[in-house]
Design a binder for this molecule. Structure first.
Ligand code: HEC
Ligand code: HEC
Length: 420
C-alpha cells in the first residue's frame, strides 16, 4: 500500500473508533459524585431497615401464625369454586405475580396483580392504597366476587370443621367457638342473600365472626412478612462503589450508564427511591386506563375508603392503640391524588411483566418510552415531564432495570404449598 494512503487510513480508523467508543461505552460514568454515591447507597439493600412492626397485628411475628397463614395462602378450598387461592394470582415463581394483564380468580378483576415482595415495608396496600394493613388487605380478596368469592361465615365453617386448621387457629388465637344456628354463608359486604343472613345475626355474634375473619388476615399477613427481596447485581455494585473499590465489575458500562440516568436525567429516583425502589406514595404518571374501562380515581378514592374500612387500624379488630395509627390519622387528602397510584417496587421487575395497574404495558421498553414521552393524563395531570432520552439512553435505562432481580431472601419452604 502506498505510504501517503496510510495516514488517512489510520486517521479514519481512529475516527471510527472514537465515535464508536463514545457511542458504546459511556464517557465519565464511573466517576460518581458524592451526591450520586449517596443516592446509590440509599437504593441498596444494605440500607433496608429491619421489618417495621405492625402494632395493629399482635401475631405479625408469631411463627405459629406464619405457619397457619402459609397454609391458608396456598389453599384453594378458601374459594367458592375450590380453585382459587392467594397463590393462584400471587405465584411464588413469578415473584408473587401472575403474568397476566388483569387478574383471573372466580371472575376477571379490573386490576393487575402486583408483586408481594417486601410489601411489609409498605404502609398502604392496593394500587389506590385503600387498605392500611396487610392483614386487613388479605380479607378483601376472600370476599370479592371476582377473586375467592367466599365469605367469613363459610370460612368459619371450613376452619372449624378441619382438624388441622382448627388446631392451628386455636394454637394462635385461642378457642374457636361456633355460634348456635349459624347460617351457611353471610357477610355485610356480599350479595343480597349473604347480607340477609348476616343481618339476621345479633351484633355480638357478628363481631365474633368478624374477629375470627380478622384473625385469618393476621395469620396470612404473618406469612407474607417472610417474602423478602434478595441481593441483586445492583446491590453488589453499590457495595463495591460505596466501599471505593476499584473492582466495580458487578455492572457493565451500559448498566452503569442506565443507573446514572435512573438517578439523574431520567428522574426515576424521585418516586422509585429507597432500598425497595419506592417512596410508598401515590403519583399520577399518565398511564392510560385499560381499554373500555373508566380511569381509576386512585388514591383520591383510596384514602376515603381506608378511613371507612371497619378493619382499619382505628377499628375494633385492630390491636393498635389510636396513637399508633399515625399513617391513617394523618393520611393526606388532596385533589392532586386524583388518578394517583402507589409507586410499585422495581425489585425483580424483569420477572413481573406485564406492567402498571392494569397491566397496560407488556415490556420495559414500553415503560421507558412512556416516561420519555410523558403523555397527558386522562384524569388530573401527569406529574412526570418528558425526558428527551436518546435511543441509546433508553436502552441503558432498560439494561439497568434488568439488574434489579435476584432469588428471594426467603427460605425455600415458604415458596411452595406446605407439604403436610
Ligand atoms: C384473582 C387474583 C387474586 C387473588 C386470588 C388474590 N389477589 Fe392479591 N391482588 C390481586 C390484584 C389484582 C391486586 C391489586 C388490586 C387493586 O389494587 O385494586 C392484589 C393486591 C394484593 C395486595 C396489595 C399489593 C400492594 O402492592 O399494595 C396484597 C398484599 C395481596 N394482593 C395479597 C393477597 C392475599 C393474601 C390473597 C389471598 C387471601 C390474595 N391477594 C388473593 C390479585 C389477586
Ligand atoms: C412521579 C413519580 C414517578 C416517577 C418520576 C417514575 N415513576 Fe415509575 N411508577 C410510578 C407509579 C405511580 C407507577 C404505577 C403507575 C400505574 O400503575 O399506573 C410506576 C410504575 C413503574 C413501573 C411498572 C412497575 C410494575 O410493577 O408494574 C416501572 C418499570 C417504572 N415505573 C419505572 C420507572 C422508571 C424507569 C422511571 C424513570 C424514567 C420512573 N418509573 C419514574 C411512579 C413514578
Amino acid at each position: 500500500m502506498k505510504k501517503d494512503l496510510l495516514l488517512p487510513l489510520f486517521a479514519s480508523i481512529a475516527l471510527i473508533f472514537a465515535v464508536g467508543w463514545n457511542y458504546l461505552s459511556i464517557p465519565g460514568v464511573p466517576d460518581w459524585t458524592e451526591e450520586e454515591l449517596r443516592l446509590i447507597a440509599s437504593l441498596s439493600l444494605d440500607s433496608l431497615p429491619p421489618l417495621p412492626l405492625d402494632p395493629s397485628n399482635l401475631v405479625a411475628d408469631d411463627p405459629a401464625a406464619a405457619e397457619f397463614g402459609h397454609r391458608l395462602f396456598f389453599d384453594t378450598r378458601l374459594s367458592s369454586n375450590a380453585q382459587v387461592a392467594c397463590a393462584t394470582c400471587h405465584k411464588p415463581e413469578l415473584m408473587f405475580t401472575d403474568g397476566l394483564a388483569l387478574a383471573v380468580g372466580v371472575g376477571i378483576g379490573p386490576m393487575h396483580t402486583p408483586s408481594l415482595v417486601g410489601l411489609a415495608y409498605s404502609p398502604w396496600f392496593y394500587w389506590d392504597g385503600r387498605k392500611d394493613s396487610q392483614w386487613a388487605q388479605a380479607l378483601a380478596p376472600l370476599e370479592a366476587k371476582h377473586e375467592h368469592a367466599t365469605d367469613r361465615v363459610q370460612l368459619l365453617h371450613l376452619i372449624s370443621s378441619d382438624a388441622i386448621y382448627r388446631d392451628m387457629y386455636e394454637n394462635v388465637f385461642g378457642p374457636l367457638s361456633l355460634p348456635a344456628m349459624l347460617p351457611e354463608s353471610g357477610t355485610p359486604d356480599g350479595d343480597a342473600q349473604q347480607q340477609t343472613s348476616w343481618n339476621a345475626l345479633d351484633t355480638e355474634t357478628q363481631d365474633e365472626i368478624s374477629q375470627f375473619f380478622a384473625n385469618l388476615g393476621k395469620a396470612i399477613a404473618a406469612y407474607e412478612r417472610k417474602i423478602l427481596p434478595g441481593s441483586t447485581r445492583f446491590d453488589d455494585y453499590a457495595a463495591q462503589v460505596v466501599a471505593g473499590s476499584n473492582e466495580d465489575t458487578a455492572l457493565n458500562n451500559s448498566e452503569k450508564a442506565g443507573l446514572k440516568l435512573f438517578i439523574g436525567k431520567g428522574q426515576c429516583v424521585t418516586c422509585h427511591n429507597g432500598p425497595m425502589f419506592t417512596n410508598h406514595e401515590f403519583h399520577n404518571t399518565g398511564v392510560l386506563a385499560v381499554a373500555g374501562r373508566m380511569p381509576s380515581m386512585g388514591r383520591y378514592d383510596g384514602v376515603r375508603i381506608s378511613r371507612e374500612d371497619s378493619f382499619n387500624c382505628l377499628g375494633e379488630f385492630s390491636d393498635a392503640s389510636a396513637a399508633q395509627c399515625t399513617e391513617l390519622r394523618f393520611a393526606r387528602d388532596a385533589n392532586d391524588l386524583v388518578g394517583a397510584l402507589k409507586t410499585p417496587t422495581l425489585r425483580n421487575i424483569s420477572e413481573t411483566a406485564p406492567y402498571m395497574h392494569g397491566g397496560q404495558m407488556t415490556d420495559l421498553a414500553q415503560v421507558v418510552n412512556h416516561y420519555n414521552d410523558a403523555p397527558s393524563s386522562m384524569l388530573s395531570h401527569n406529574e412526570a415531564k418528558p425526558l428527551g432520552l436518546r435511543t441509546v439512553e433508553r436502552i441503558q435505562l432498560e439494561d439497568f432495570l434488568l439488574t434489579l432481580s435476584a432469588p428471594l431472601a426467603t427460605e425455600q419452604r415458604w415458596l411452595a404449598a406446605p407439604d403436610y
